[in-house]
Design a protein around this ligand. Structure first.
Ligand SMILES: C[S@@+](CC[C@H](N)C(=O)[O-])C[C@H]1O[C@@H](n2cnc3c(N)ncnc32)[C@H](O)[C@@H]1O
Length: 307
C-alpha cells in the first residue's frame, strides 16, 4: 500500500499563495504531492515546478498529478538548485514558492529506509539513494567526539557525550532498533519524557546524512532572487533549529527588498493536530518581494542577481 503524506497547513498555504491561474509557482519539496496537487488544480495557463530529492516520492506525485501534467514540471534534484532548474526550463520569476521541510510520512513509515526507531531497519536515512553518506557510516565509524558534537549541534541533545560513548562501546550497531536501545541506555534517566529517548539522536543523524543545514542555507540565500515582484516565499519547518535559520534569513531579507508577512509564526490549530499529530511541531513563515533587484537598496542600482 502506498503511504501518502498528509499535507500540513494546506488551507493556510493556499491563502498565502493567492494563486493566479496564469501564474508561475514552485514546490521545493513535492513529497507525495499533497500541496502541489492543490496548486496545480488552480492553474489554467500557469505552471508549477516541483522538486524533490526522493525519487520514490516523486514517482507517486507524478501519478497523482497525471490529470494536471500540462501545468506541472517535476524534477529529481536538491532544492538548493531551484534557480538552475528554473532557468533550464525557461520559467519566468516565481509568483510563489513553498518549501515544506523535513521528511515525508512515506520516508518515515518505510522501515527499509531506516528513518524510524519504531522498527528494525538498516542504518540508512538517505532521502536521495544516490547520496554516498549513510547513517551506518556515522554510527559505526565516526570518532566518539565527532559523534557527540553532531548530536549536540544538530539536535541540542543534552546527553550527547554519554550517548556517543554508549554507541562507540556497543559497535557494531546492527540496525535502527539496536541503535534506539543503545541510545535509551546511554541517556540519563529523567522520569517520564514526552519524546522517545532516541528522537534527538535520530534527528541529528538524519540531518547530517542529508546535509539539511547546508541545503536550507543555500536555498534561503539563492531562492529569493527567483521571486517575481509581489512573489511570496512560504517555508514550513518542523524543529527549532530549522525555524531559527528561516527566521534569521527572513529578518536579513527584510532589509533587502522583502517584507515579512508573518510577524507572528503560524502554527496548526488543535483540530489539525488532532487529525494529523505529525503537524504539531510545524511553523510557517512567509515573506514577499516588494522591490526589484534594481531598486532594492534605497534606489541604488544593482545588477540583477544570477541564481
Ligand atoms: C514534509 S515532506 C513534503 C510533503 C509534501 N508537501 C506533501 O504534501 O506531500 C518533505 C519532502 O522534502 C524532501 N526534501 C527534503 N530536503 C530536500 C532537499 N534539500 N531538496 C529536495 N527535496 C528535499 C523530502 O524528500 C520529502 O519528500
Amino acid at each position: 500500500m502506498t503511504v501518502l503524506h498528509t499535507p500540513v497547513l494546506s488551507a493556510e498555504i493556499l491563502d498565502w499563495l493567492r494563486i493566479r491561474p496564469e501564474g508561475t509557482y514552485a514546490d521545493a519539496t513535492v513529497g507525495t504531492g499533497g500541496h502541489i496537487l492543490e496548486i496545480a488544480k488552480r492553474l489554467t495557463t500557469g505552471r508549477v515546478l516541483g522538486l524533490d530529492r526522493d525519487p520514490r516520492a516523486l514517482q507517486i506525485a507524478r501519478e497523482r498529478l497525471g490529470p494536471h501534467e500540462r501545468q506541472v514540471i517535476l524534477v529529481h534534484v536538491e532544492f538548493s538548485k531551484i534557480g538552475e532548474v528554473a532557468a533550464a526550463n525557461q520559467l519566468p520569476p516565481f509568483d510563489g514558492i513553498i518549501a515544506d521541510l523535513g521528511i515525508s510520512s512515506l520516508e518515515l513509515d518505510s522501515p527499509e529506509r531506516g528513518f524510524s526507531f519504531r522498527w528494525a531497519g538498516p542504518l540508512d536515512m538517505r532521502m536521495n539513494p544516490d547520496n554516498p553518506l549513510t547513517a551506518d557510516e556515522i554510527v559505526n565509524q565516526w570518532p566518539e567526539k565527532e559523534l557527540a558534537d553532531l548530536l549536540y549541534q544538530n539536535a541540542e541533545e543534552r546527553d550527547s557525550r554519554r550517548i556517543a560513548r554508549a554507541i562507540v562501546r556497543a559497535r557494531p550497531i546492527r540496525d535502527t532498533e539496536h541503535l534506539a536501545t543503545v541510545v535509551a541506555g546511554g541517556r540519563k534517566a529523567r522520569g517520564r519524557q514526552r519524546l522517545h529517548p532516541a528522537t534527538k539522536t535520530f534527528l541529528a543523524l538524519r540531518t547530517a546524512v542529508n546535509r539539511e543545514e547546508e541545503e536550507l542555507g543555500q536555498f534561503l540565500s539563492r531562492t529569493p532572487a527567483t521571486l517575481n515582484l509581489g512573489g511570496r516565499l512560504i517555508v514550513l519547518s518542523y524543529h527549532s533549529l530549522e525555524d531559527r535559520v528561516v527566521k534569521h534569513a527572513f529578518q536579513r531579507l527584510s532589509h533587502e527588498g522583502f517584507r515579512i508577512l508573518t510577524k507572528k509564526v503560524i502554527q496548526p490549530g488543535d483540530a489539525e493536530i488532532a487529525s494529523n499529530p505529525r503537524a504539531r511541531s510545524a511553523k510557517l513563515r512567509v515573506i514577499e518581494r516588494v522591490a526589484t533587484a534594481e531598486t532594492r537598496f534605497d534606489g541604488e542600482r544593482t545588477a540583477p542577481q544570477v541564481c
